[in-house]
Design a protein around this ligand. Structure first.
Ligand code: AHG
Ligand code: MN
Ligand code: MN
Length: 337
């Protein structure tokens, strides 16, 4: 039966996935359900973003000032509130908060840990371009009680689930629990996420690259040579590649996963470790892309093998089709000139 013949909600998909794991308690379903509820609440606000000035003038909405910042904060608090009481988490961490987010003492602590970027690409909000929420789930390593920094600072290869929500022309929920990558599109008329992209596979090589080329003069010589190479004429390798850059890495990586190619945020003279945050951006998307058959590297090492040292550290990122990531790393490490 094809996807079109089967009505598979996100909830059904998670429950059916859990049935394949003897001993599963259903906690995971509940956790992902909490995230999907937060996503819908954020979407409700995101769709109003362009109306704020109009409605604000008539005082019908109690919103004023910096809309972008408001939505960031709103998304941050909404996820925390949707997840703090379920009893599945022992600690959370968000890109918007310097320190760990503990579970309120009147709620039980659970065995999982949640990290999230509440709103990625927030500079795009005013232009009505795609933005998203990124999440990453680990099993705790401490025994009991409130979670600790050790629970948070785990290598990406320890993730038990990761994914993202895209607020684009439609809203999508994309996730993996280590059994492929699955995408769901919200049917707004019933408020349910329906399976629309089953078992997404990234092509082994693409013909699109995605990078902020305004930074060219700050890049290493190897990075500059790589992008020059992408633009050379060579039909056999699909060059010149096309250039696409939204400026929301979650949306740029999503497109890269569907069409193939590469997304890069390299280090440069101003930001030697690039801009993206390992725990909230690089690792969850690295897990998703590897599950879809792709690769993610710092340029030197597999992203998921890094051992994080602090909550908000940054790493250069090369993510996408296996072949494209391989070629990029050859250029940036100087193996290819
Ligand atoms: P955030 O909105 O969560 O702060 O992240 C923005 C990130 C990422 O989404 C995007 O790809 C990148 O910043 C864009 O950076 P440049 O403007 O330097 O290209
Ligand atoms: Mn971000
Ligand atoms: Mn953000």
């Amino acid at each position: 039966m094809s996807t079109a013949d089967r009505l598979v909600t996100l909830e059904r998909h998670i429950i059916e996935g859990e049935r394949n794991h003897p001993g599963a308690t259903g906690e995971f379903s509940s956790l992902l359900h909490g995230l999907s509820l937060a996503a819908k609440l954020i979407w409700r606000e995101v769709t109003k973003a362009g109306l704020v000035n109009i409605l604000g003038k008539t005082d019908r909405m109690n919103i004023s000032g910096d809309v972008v910042k408001k939505l960031d904060v709103f998304a941050d608090e909404t996820i925390y509130r949707a997840m703090d009481h379920l009893g599945h988490l022992c600690v959370m961490a968000s890109e918007e908060n310097e320190d760990l987010l503990h579970i309120p003492s009147h709620y039980p602590n659970g065995k999982y840990v949640l990290l999230y970027d509440p709103l990625d690409g927030s500079s795009n909000i005013d232009a009505n371009a795609t933005i998203g929420t990124i999440f990453s789930v680990y099993r705790r390593v401490s025994q009991e009680g409130p979670g600790t920094m050790a629970d948070i600072l785990q290598s990406g290869n320890q993730q038990v689930a990761a994914g993202y929500v895209l607020f684009g022309s439609s809203m999508m929920f994309v996730y993996t629990t280590g059994h492929g990558v699955h995408g769901f599109t919200l049917d707004p008329s019933v408020g349910e996420f329906l399976l629309s992209h089953e078992n997404i596979r990234i092509p082994p090589k693409g013909t699109i690259y995605s990078v902020n080329e305004g930074n060219t003069n700050r890049w290493s010589a190897g990075m500059q040579r790589y992008v020059r190479w992408l633009k050379e004429e060579d039909a056999a390798t699909g060059r010149p590649y096309s250039s696409r850059y939204i400026g929301s890495m979650v949306a740029d990586v999503h497109r890269t996963m569907l069409y193939g190619g590469i997304y890069c945020y390299p280090g440069d003279t101003k930001n030697p470790r690039g801009k993206l945050r390992l725990m909230y951006e690089n690792n969850p998307l690295a897990y998703v892309i590897e599950e879809a058959g792709g690769a993610c590297s710092t340029g030197e090492t597999r992203m998921l093998d890094l051992v994080p040292k602090s909550l908000h550290e940054r790493y250069p990122m090369f993510i996408g089709s296996v072949e494209d990531v391989r070629i990029a790393t050859e250029f940036v490490t100087g193996k290819r000139t």
